[in-house]
Design a protein around this ligand. Structure first.
Ligand code: PGA
Length: 250
C-alpha cells in the first residue's frame, strides 16, 4: 500500500496512477496493490484506477460522522469516492496532530462503519526502542483499538508496524527486528479471536526496492506501507514485484 503523504498534484498524479495501474495488471493475482492519496485526489484516483487492480484509500478519517468540524473529512466521504482503505493513527498524525490512542481507536470504528478497511499504524520512537519498551508501546497502541472492536470487526482491519525511527530516514528496521515485532503483534491479534489471527500485517519505514523482498520473506510480514518509494512508479512497482516473488515462494 502506497502512502503518498502530502505529495502530488493533479498533473503529476495522472502519470503515476496510470503507470501503477498498468504495472499492477501484470502482477500475480494474489498480490494486492493500493495507494492512499491526499483526500482531494480521491476523485482522480477513482477515475484513473476504477477497473484496474489497484485500490485506493484515504490517509486519515475524522472521528466524527458529520457536523461542524471544519476541515475534517468523514470516512463516508472517502467511501463516496470509491475508497476502500483508510490509514488511521499514522505516527505523523500522532506526533504533529496530537492524536491519542483513544482517538485512533474511534477513527478505526468510523472507518469500519463506512465500509473502509482501516490500516491501523503502530510504532515506537527511537527512545522507546532503546529503553526496551517497543512491545509495551505497540502493544498498548494496538490494545486501545482492539478494546473497542468486536472480534468480527477486528478481523476486518489491517495493522501496519512502522517504527518512527525508520520512517523517511532511509534506515529501515532489519528484517529480524521487524519480524520480532510482527510476531508479537500477531500473538496479540490471535488473543482477540481465531479470525483475527489472519489480519494482514504490513511493515512500513524506508521500504525500498532493495530491501523489500528480504522484509516480505519474513513469516509475519504480509506486505508494506510504502511512503517515499510510492511516489516513483518504478520503485513502487519493484516493491510490488518483491511482494509477488515472496507470495509465490511461500
Ligand atoms: P517511508 O514512509 O517509506 O517514506 O519511510 C512510510 C510511512 O510513513 O508510511
Amino acid at each position: 500500500m502506497g502512502n503518498w503523504k502530502m505529495h502530488g498534484c493533479l498533473a503529476d498524479n495522472t502519470g503515476l496512477l496510470q503507470a501503477v495501474a498498468k504495472g499492477a495488471g501484470e502482477l500475480p493475482a494474489e498480490v494486492r496493490v493500493g495507494v492512499c492519496v491526499p483526500s482531494p485526489y480521491l476523485a482522480q484516483a477513482q477515475s484513473l484506477l476504477d477497473g484496474s487492480r489497484v485500490v485506493w484509500g484515504a490517509q486519515d478519517v475524522s472521528a466524527f460522522t458529520h457536523g461542524a468540524y471544519t476541515g475534517e473529512v468523514a470516512a463516508q466521504m472517502a467511501a463516496d469516492f470509491g475508497a476502500t482503505f483508510a490509514i488511521v493513527g499514522h505516527s505523523e498524525r500522532r506526533a504533529y496532530h496530537r492524536e491519542s490512542a483513544e482517538l485512533v481507536a474511534v477513527k478505526t470504528q468510523r472507518a469500519l462503519e463506512a465500509g473502509l478497511t482501516p490500516i491501523v499504524c503502530v510504532g515506537e520512537t527511537l527512545e522507546e526502542r532503546e529503553a526496551g519498551s517497543t512491545q509495551e508501546v505497540v502493544g498498548a497502541q494496538l490494545d486501545e483499538v482492539l478494546a473497542r472492536l468486536s472480534a468480527e470487526e477486528a478481523a476486518r482491519i489491517v495493522v501496519a508496524y512502522e517504527p518512527v525511527w525508520a520512517i523517511g530516514t532511509g534506515r529501515s528496521a532489519s528484517s529480524q527486528q521487524a519480524q520480532a515485532v510482527h510476531a508479537f503483534l500477531r500473538s496479540r491479534l490471535t488473543a482477540k479471536g481465531a479470525g483475527v489471527a489472519d489480519v494482514p500485517l504490513l511493515y512500513g519505514g524506508s521500504v525500498k526496492p532493495d530491501n523489500a523482498e528480504e522484509l516480505f520473506r519474513q513469516q509475519d510480514i504480509d506486505g508494506g506501507l510504502i511512503g517515499g518509494a510510492s511516489l516513483k512508479d518504478q520503485d513502487f512497482l519493484a516493491i510490488c514485484k518483491a511482494a509477488a516473488a515472496t507470495a509465490v515462494a511461500s
